[in-house]
Ligand binder design. Sequence first.
Ligand code: NAD
Length: 354
Amino acid sequence: MHIQADGLTDYICEIFNAAGCSPAESRRIAENLVDANLTGHDSHGVIRTPRYLKWLTEEKLLPDRDISVVSESDGLLILDGNYGFGQTVGPLAVERGIAKARAHGVAIVALRHAGHLGRVGAFAETAAAHNQVSIHFVNVAGSVLVAPFGGTDRRMSTAPVAIGMPAHDGEHVILDFATSLVAEGKILVAAKGGKKLPDGSLVGPDGEMSADPTLLYGEADPAVTPDDRRGPGAMTAMGAHKGSGLALMCELLAGALTGSGATGPDYPRVYNGMLSIYMAVDRFDTDDAYADELKRFITYVKSSNPVTPDGEVLVPGEPEQRTREQRLKEGLPFADDAWAVIVSAGESVGVKAP
Ligand code: NAD
């Protein structure tokens, strides 16, 4: 089934409002989740609604929190998200980082204890819209899902990285991915009848590579959001030892250095830490050459012969941009199972599907 973005946003907004978030926060959450669906990252879209509601009920995620400043100097800001929604405390941290880099040329912002930050590339897009380069390392304390290279037991989170660079005319290049071979939400989508997983996304306790979501969730009741702690296996890191190493550095930068905590089995909550670096392009670009050079290089890269005759070389950020254009026109696709889970989450707080 296909659903239009505007109507879906209103529906999700109503659900969070009924669950106890303020109207402004409910709208931020709804817009952020629907935007992830629009960019093609259904894993970080409205399918997250039941899980957010569960965390709200369990007080693992707190409504309408503000960030607080742990310490501040010229180039560095350390913030606490106080377990508030990532859709609230994330943008507040990004706003502060952009303002600081505008004043000093460069800024580093450490954010600890943020609720799920969703699609991290959205922050890089915001910085790029302010003509800033940004780099974001994120970890998910308490979400032990990914086996390190050479191991079968879970030790790391899906620890995403995003790097954004502004280009001419409001365009940008945005690289944004989980360091696991696939994002956890994609396994959730597959478990709910959505797109199948690539082979080797998971590893069993016997060391066998697999694409079977039950290795993460166990045998789950289809009407309930599966629990990713129940399966006997682990997710794998992308890029073998290199991706596993990058995940480890994300844990250390976003978890240990920010004071949020690198992931482990004993966290009562699941939350994000994020280390972000912002760079104001106008401070680097003394001869006004940056945008032309970026454009030249992107054109050069895209001119590589495609591997198939009808193929095309894309640069990071292009798939999301194209999917957004298409989905704004055609609506957002949902598998029946995935939609049923969202409808039942809405009904749990008294909101009927439109
Ligand atoms: P992915 O595997 O779809 O990779 C996305 C990146 O690859 C994007 O930069 C995209 O533009 C680029 N890309 C995709 N196809 C391409 C092509 N054909 N040519 C060139 N570039 C291409 O992403 P993922 O690993 O599934 O991550 C999905 C989302 O999950 C991300 O937005 C990430 O931030 C988010 N995430 C969030 C958390 C959290 O806790 N907040 C945890 C993990 C992941």
